[in-house]
Write a protein that binds this ligand. Structure first.
Ligand code: LLP
Length: 421
């Protein structure tokens, strides 16, 4: 459920008409709903209660500081994968003890940064990384809490580019070698093992792969405890999918996911952490774009929008589907026509949808890409020197621009011409 609904014939974000925002902010723009962000976060906390738990929002999915503050104020933790994301979490007022640090390539500089500012735990992905944390922490005279990410060799049955839990993927240590790696961790100075981490992929539309992975983690917890390790936290990663094609997709709900967690690892007495990104942010955001032209091509009509692949890359990168809806509500019996929906960027890959049935649209009309809150703005670029799309946050009947569209002067000022030119 989300808070983007037609009211009086026009699409609203909560109580604000998207067309009103478009008039002041211009198109394209991303728009997020506070009520939807809040609701999705709460679905997870409710699903995990009464187990001791922390929901760590995966910042990579949507990293605007205003969004992080919205969630942080509710008590959310954060999952960060870079020093930059850590600084965003801090800028949003989230304390270090609610921030976990994931990722396969943490640098020593990033380790120092987060150890100075405070960190709940490092999710360690390899032995060289574990040794580096040990060195950095020892030199600083502190102890770094760590979990070790295990790779359970489970098929997440999702898009190959976002599956992470198979042995051929670069993530985690093979679960079969866990005893050995935990034994080394126990010997190293400057680090303290607090638990186990696992994350098998993103946009999972079935619970079964989670179940396989979590059962393996439960077994491992018992084994490592028997070997003398104090496993008190389980970080179970993110990955629960969302319905992108609302007409025919119904992925599992957070409550079902929570029940699965209770069933598989609930009896271990561990504190549970999860790292959902997409399920919190995905359907909390839309990308609103204007129609520049309708072009009649050979056997097809092109809807040329002012948004392009640089603003929302998921369709060209993963062949992803996003529902596209007109901002002005079509009459119930309005005739549909098929469009190839494209942007102005100079490559054929700049295609959002092919032969998409939509009500008849004309120059100047507005459309909204649904489910664009996750991995939308964060993956945008300035390809073709197109300014990064602004972001707007709605809360009830008011809204604020939470990242302004850069001016061309600002964009050009970032380049420097060397003195020899
Ligand atoms: N934790 C870790 C360690 C992750 O690598 C990820 C996502 C998450 C949590 C959050 O997963 P989520 O709950 O959002 O599925 N750009 C791709 C998605 C990449 C996901 C990367 N890792 C897309 O647009 O589909």
């Amino acid at each position: 459920m989300d808070h983007f609904l037609y009211r009086s014939g026009t699409l609203h974000a909560e109580d604000v008409a998207l067309a009103d925002i478009a008039r002041t902010v211009g198109t394209p723009f991303y728009c997020y709903s506070t009520a939807t962000l809040t609701r999705h976060y709460q679905l997870f906390t409710e699903a995990l209660s009464p187990m001791p738990h922390l929901v760590c929002f995966a910042i990579k999915s949507l990293s605007n500081v205003a969004v992080l503050k919205t969630l942080g104020n509710l008590g959310a933790g954060m999952d960060v994968v870079s020093g930059g994301e850590y600084l965003r979490a801090k800028a949003a007022g989230v304390p270090g003890e609610r921030i976990v640090f994931s990722g396969v390539g943490k640098t020593r500089e990033e380790m120092r940064l987060v150890l100075e500012g405070g960190i709940r735990q490092f999710n360690v992905e390899s032995e060289p990384e574990m040794r580096a944390i040990s060195e950095v922490a020892t030199a600083m005279g502190v102890t770094a809490p760590i979990t070790i990410r295990v790779n359970p060799d489970v098929d997440a049955r999702t898009h190959e580019k976002i599956a992470t839990g198979k042995k051929e993927n670069k993530f985690g240590i093979p679960i079969a070698r866990a005893s050995e790696v935990y034994a080394e961790a126990a010997r190293l100075p400057g680090i303290e093992v607090v638990g186990i981490d696992v994350h098998i992929g993103s946009q999972l539309t079935e619970l079964e792969p989670f179940e396989q992975a979590y059962l393996k983690v439960a077994d491992l917890t018992r084994r490592l405890r028997a070997e003398g390790h104090d496993i008190r936290r389980l970080d179970l990663g993110g990955g629960l999918g969302i319905p992108y094609q609302r007409s025919n997709e119904a992925p599992p709900l957070p409550v079902e996911y929570g029940a699965l967690i209770k069933r598989t690892v609930g009896d271990l007495g561990c504190e549970i952490e999860i790292e959902p990104g997409r399920l919190i942010s995905g359907n909390s955001g839309v990308l609103v774009s204007g129609v520049i032209y309708v072009k009649n091509g050979e056997g097809r009509d092109f809807l040329i929008l002012d948004a392009a692949m640089n603003d929302l890359v998921r369709p060209s990168m993963y062949g992803a589907w996003h529902d596209i809806v007109p901002v002005e509500e079509p009459a119930p019996a309005a005739e549909k026509q098929e469009y190839d929906v494209v942007g102005p960027v100079c490559e054929t890959g700049d295609t959002f949808a092919k032969a998409r049935p939509l009500p008849k649209l004309a120059e100047g009309d507005l459309v909204a890409f649904r489910s664009a809150g996750a991995y939308g703005a964060v993956m945008a670029s300035e390809y073709n020197t197109r300014p990064l799309v602004p972001e707007v946050l709605v809360n009830g009947d008011h809204y604020a621009v939470i990242r302004a569209r850069p001016t061309f002067d600002e964009i050009l000022a970032r380049d420097t011409i060397p003195e020899w030119l």
